[in-house]
Each structure stands twice: as C-alpha cells, then as structure tokens.
Design a binder for this molecule. Structure first.
Ligand SMILES: [Ca+2]
Ligand SMILES: [Ca+2]
Ligand SMILES: [Ca+2]
Length: 293
C-alpha cells in the first residue's frame, strides 16, 4: 500500500489486487466537498512500463456534495422609523438554492411570547455569497406593519431549504442575537414647536423619529407650559385635553386660552412616556419650545 498526499490535506492510498488485476486509489479528503467535485487523472500517472493510464481507468468522475445546509447565525436589528427592521439569517453554506431560500413557508418567526409573526409582515431576500445570507425585512404597512422590539427573544425556524445538490437542511430553530447598531435611543422632539394656533387652542410638535401611535396620542404624556417673562419663573401650565398622532406629528389641544407667545414670552411642550417603534421609552422628558418673536 502506498499513501501519498496529492493536494493540501488530501491523501491518496494505492492498492493493487493481484487476483482481479485492478489497482484502486482511494482519495481521503481533508474536508467533505460542499459542492460536486470533478475528479480528473493527471497524465503523469503511469503504469510500470511508463505509459500514462489516463485513458484507461475505472474512475469515479465526481465526488458528491452530501453536506446539507445549516444555519450559522440569526441576528435581529431594529432601525429607527418604520418598515425597515431586519432579521439576517446567515448560512454556513455558499450553495443554497435561491428559490428554496426565498420561500416564505420555509421560515417561522415567533415573538418572545411564542406568537407567530405572519410572513406577510416581512419580505424575504436571498443574497448569494460566501456564505449565503437571507434577510427578512419588516416592510409591511397598515395592519401588516411589524416593528421588532429591541432586546426581545425572537426565534426563527428554518426548514426545507435545500442546496444546489438537493441536500435538505435539518429543521433548525435559533433565538436571535441583537445587532450592536440596533435602535436603543429613546425618541426626542424637534427643538422648535411646529405650530401654534391660538384660535383652536392647538399646538403641533414633531418627533425626530416615528413613534408608537398609542403613547404619542395620549394627552397625559404631554405638558404645555407658558412663560410671559420667558424665564419659566412665572410658568402657567395648560391642561392638554386631546392628543393625536400621525407620521411623526403630534397634535395637542389645550383647555383655557392658548396664547401664541410674543417676545419675551415662551411656550414649551414636554413629552414623557412616549415609546419609539423599537420599544425605547422616553422617561426623562423631551421638549419643543417656541420663543416669542
Ligand atoms: Ca451542500
Ligand atoms: Ca424600525
Ligand atoms: Ca429610537
């Protein structure tokens, strides 16, 4: 028996059977092939008479890929504003079949409570690479809108994904890890009050990012203060009796007589307990102001 390394980490073992008069070469690879590999004989392989055997072997022509796909990492990222949160599934493989990787029925995403998030909430996109990657982007609108909540234990099950050789993944469920760049910052108001309409006792303020409509449309989460001196030593607080929210803008209605400030007076709106779409809550208070002109 003769053993020789023919490629990095590949061993070739040669045996001669005197009865059958056949030589066998077994190639022992350092790692299993992940795609089909063609085996070719080099003309330098000669018989004892020095004649090349290339034309005369009983040879295996391919080594089959029998490595099924597997999932490496599942990473979630909540991004400020809407229709943009993403879960990235990275495979260990580079030979995933795109059509199987983009099939919605091959994924099940559950929230921390174990509720399935319907696939209509996200778009599935395959990126061919080394390795292959699938992204689930939460782009749904209206009732299909879903925003990933920072830090929650979402899980993703991957099944029936195949590689280009037809090997099927063993069903895998992983709990997400969180991208370091996920939105962890509580929402803030723009520095300046957007509008003051004394005639209707209405003030609008604009959030710097999209926020949760329920908390943003809660009147009790806003405080409106007026200072005739502009120092807030003489603050008058208005009662906010109504709040609504749409597309970053909160509309507040106060009771009493709202005064649009003129110099040196100032009007200030402070918001607390409003959440952004990733679930970060403004706990310390954020303010917009109008300085009288
Ligand atoms: Ca494979
Ligand atoms: Ca978002
Ligand atoms: Ca935020």
């Amino acid at each position: 028996m003769l053993t020789r390394t023919v490629d990095r980490g590949t061993k070739a073992t040669y045996t001669w059977n005197a009865e059958t008069k056949k030589a066998t070469v077994i190639l022992d690879l350092a790692s299993a092939p992940v795609i089909n590999v063609t085996v070719a004989l080099d003309a330098k392989i000669v018989n004892l008479a020095g004649v090349s055997v290339v034309a005369n072997p009983d040879k295996a022509t391919t080594l089959a890929d029998n490595v099924a796909p597997s999932v490496d990492t599942v990473v979630a990222k909540a991004v400020a504003d809407k229709e943009n949160d993403v879960i990235t599934i990275t495979f260990k493989d580079s030979d995933i079949l795109k059509v199987s990787a983009e099939l919605a029925s091959n994924y099940v995403v559950k929230d921390a409570q174990g509720n399935v998030i319907p696939s209509a909430n996200y778009e599935i996109k395959f990126t061919d690479g080394t390795p292959d990657v699938v992204t689930l982007t939460f782009k749904g609108t209206g009732y299909k809108a879903y925003n990933l909540q920072d830090g929650q234990n979402y899980s993703v099950t991957v099944k029936d994904v195949v590689d280009t050789s037809g090997n099927t993944i063993a069903e895998t469920t992983k709990t997400v890890t969180w991208d370091a760049a996920t939105d962890k910052t509580a929402p803030t108001l723009g520095a300046t009050i957007t509008s003051v309409t004394a005639a209707t006792n209405t003030i609008t303020v604009t959030w710097a990012e999209d926020v949760d409509a329920t908390t943003a449309a809660t009147a009790a989460n806003y405080k409106v203060e007026y200072s005739a001196l502009g120092t807030y030593a003489d603050t008058v607080t208005y009662n906010v009796i109504f709040a609504s929210y749409s597309d970053k803008v909160a509309t507040l209605v106060v009771s009493g007589t709202l005064v649009d400030p003129t110099t040196p007076a100032k009007l200030k709106v402070t918001a607390t307990n409003v959440k952004d779409l990733a679930g970060n809550t403004q706990t310390t208070g954020t303010s917009s102001e109008k300085v009288g002109a």
